[in-house]
Ligand binder design. Structure first.
Ligand SMILES: Cc1cc2nc3c(=O)[nH]c(=O)nc-3n(C[C@H](O)[C@H](O)[C@H](O)COP(=O)(O)OP(=O)(O)OC[C@H]3O[C@@H](n4cnc5c(N)ncnc54)[C@H](O)[C@@H]3O)c2cc1C
Length: 531
């Protein structure tokens, strides 16, 4: 849906196929990165998404317990989204961008994306249609589709096909592209057979029950669970590692939820689905010929760190502007190949982080003493609590992962001879070094630099006479590459970008910077358009 929206808002026609009649009904992702949120802001739906989930003042703490009704082991306090947005607007808090991370369910995100599709006539929604196979011929792809309800088949002839068809991707299999990496890693938690249950919980009268949090983790020798608040009004998703091999039915789901809660708190099982944790899988290639892969079809994560969907959204944004540039005629012959060069290393990087987080939390030991009212129990709770508190800050405050990624070998950006800041999970160093995400800046109350960027390339002029801008503008215009010039006379902006000019791409990445136009502005225009 993000790919379709990025094409649709540029009036590039596309058909969005989905074998289901509608959007997902089971909650999956819950952590939307600040990077994904800035994409949603550009699409005009960030606020709508926030409004659908937890109330703005509902705390988004991550807390660990023996069982929900048992001992609290550790808690990472985090504000509700109202305070997080206000803090970010003041230039404070852990997420230096226009939008803070959002702790909202994929259920709501899919709903707002789906609603937004209707605003772009270039997007044809064809839900209830299954992709069968594709065959490439010359300058087109024939895509065979089948209407699920009737079995009626239809061939769609397209310029390109993108398989955003999830972990079991038929598009990827059709290309003969394998997934590489780890599957079937076994851990006490986040490594093995899991259930995701969409449920309603309410503690029985008089039961000990935790104060509100976004995530509640149960850590004891019998069962490991992660229970996440969806609406703050009793609706949760529970991810529980199955303690025994037995058929997954509602009775089994009820039993393990009540064991994780510690008291009979389960009111309703809305739905449940099995899933497997312990993947770290990356496609050998992100496409072949006129067919591309994005999202889970290209990478499969264990959800620790909350990176699967976020990585997929950024794939879609990278690929969409390039497809649109080709459709509009200004993209060069090397443009589409840069999608894999840019994004596959990010897939590998993010997979490595999610594995580290899974190893850290998934192998936390717990002996029976942890639940006892004894000195030994208190000691064990303190020791495990200390470990979990450190883990929580490491896993949940990760601006470096979400904002500090870089396209180090992109053929579209040239090195400018400066050293890259460290690529660290918990620290983000804003830099306008080419290949990095353009550093954010507030320009006025509620107005971010990102809000003022043009629809495709933007040349930031932060100093100099303007003669350099004219040379670059001329070169871009001669090749039909859309470029807007944004002049900012601010010392803070100049200090952040460290040059008089910075060229920001359609994906808010920096493609070039300098104190004057490059000697060959035409070569710059050609490089960024993949010619
Ligand atoms: C328990 C859990 C928790 C998670 N938590 C997070 C998190 O906090 N943050 C995060 O970033 N990610 C998280 N993820 C991962 C996230 O849910 C996925 O990465 C994301 O859904 C992938 O999106 P996608 O569009 O690539 O694939 P999918 O969501 O799988 O969508 C693929 C779509 O393609 C359709 N389809 C498949 N085959 C065909 C076909 N042949 N024809 C037509 N349509 C087809 C499917 O019906 C589906 O609608 C979590 C995942 C799980 C399981």
């Amino acid at each position: 849906m993000v790919l379709a929206l990025e094409l649709g808002r540029r009036s590039v026609g596309c058909v969005l196929l989905n074998d289901k009649p509608g959007i997902a009904e089971a909650p999956k992702a819950n952590a939307t990165s600040p990077r994904s949120m800035e994409h949603l802001r550009r699409l005009g739906i960030a606020r709508r998404f926030r409004d659908l989930g937890l109330a703005p003042d509902y705390p988004t703490d991550v807390a660990y317990f023996t069982r929900l009704s048992g001992y609290e082991l550790a808690r990472l306090p985090m504000p509700g989204w109202g305070a997080a947005v206000a803090e970010t607007a003041r230039g404070e808090g852990p997420w230096p961008g226009p939008e803070p991370a959002h702790r909202g369910s994929q259920l709501f995100l899919e709903q707002v994306l789906y609603e937004r599709l209707a605003d772009f006539p270039a997007i044809e929604r064809r839900f209830g249609w299954r992709f069968e196979r594709a065959s490439e011929r010359g300058d087109a792809v024939d895509v065979e589709t089948v209407e699920v309800a009737t079995g009626r088949s239809k061939i769609i002839t397209a310029d390109y096909l993108v398989g955003c068809d999830g972990g079991g991707s038929r598009v990827r299999k059709g290309l003969g592209i394998e997934l590489e990496g780890d599957a079937g890693v076994v851990r006490a938690f986040m490594g093995g057979s899991m259930v995701a249950a969409h449920i309603r919980l309410a503690p029985p009268a008089g039961a000990r029950w935790p104060r509100p949090a976004w995530q509640y983790w149960a850590v004891n020798p019998e069962i490991r669970a992660l229970i996440i608040a969806i609406d703050g009004k009793g609706r949760y998703v529970a991810h529980i590692q199955l303690p025994q091999r037995r058929p997954l039915d509602a009775g089994y789901v009820r039993e393990i939820i009540e064991r994780a809660a510690g008291v009979p708190a389960l009111q309703e099982i809305i739905s449940f689905v099995p899933w497997t944790a312990g993947y770290r899988l990356l496609a050998q290639h992100y496409g072949a010929g006129r067919v591309f892969l994005a999202g889970d079809s290209a990478h499969l994560f264990t959800p620790t760190g909350g990176m699967g969907m976020n990585t997929g959204i950024d794939d879609a944004v990278n690929l969409a502007w390039k497809l649109a540039a080709i459709a509009k005629g200004w993209g060069g012959p090397k443009l589409l190949a840069s999608y894999e060069t840019d994004r596959r290393p990010i897939g590998a990087r993010n997979l490595a982080w999610s594995k580290r987080f899974a190893d850290s939390v998934g192998t936390t030991p717990a002996t029976p003493a942890i639940e006892t009212d004894s000195d030994e129990g208190a000691r064990e709770r303190a020791a495990i609590g200390k470990r979990l508190a450190a883990h929580a800050a490491h896993e949940f405050l990760i601006p470096g992962i979400h904002l500090g990624f870089r396209y180090e070998n992109s053929p579209l950006t040239g090195p400018d001879g400066t050293a890259a800041p460290p690529d660290a999970a918990n620290e983000y160093t804003p830099t306008a070094r080419p290949g990095h995400r353009a550093p954010h800046l507030w320009l006025a109350s509620g107005v971010a630099l990102y809000d003022r960027l043009g629809p495709e390339f933007t040349l930031l002029q932060l100093g100099g006479s303007g003669a350099g801008a004219a040379a670059i503008q001329q070169a871009f215009a001669a090749r039909g590459v859309p470029l807007e010039v944004l002049r900012l006379e601010r010392a803070a902006a100049r200090a952040l970008y460290q040059r008089d000019y910075a060229l920001i791409g359609p994906d808010q990445m920096v493609y070039w910077r300098g104190d004057d136009a490059p000697a060959d502005a035409a070569a710059l225009a050609d490089r960024v358009r993949g010619a």
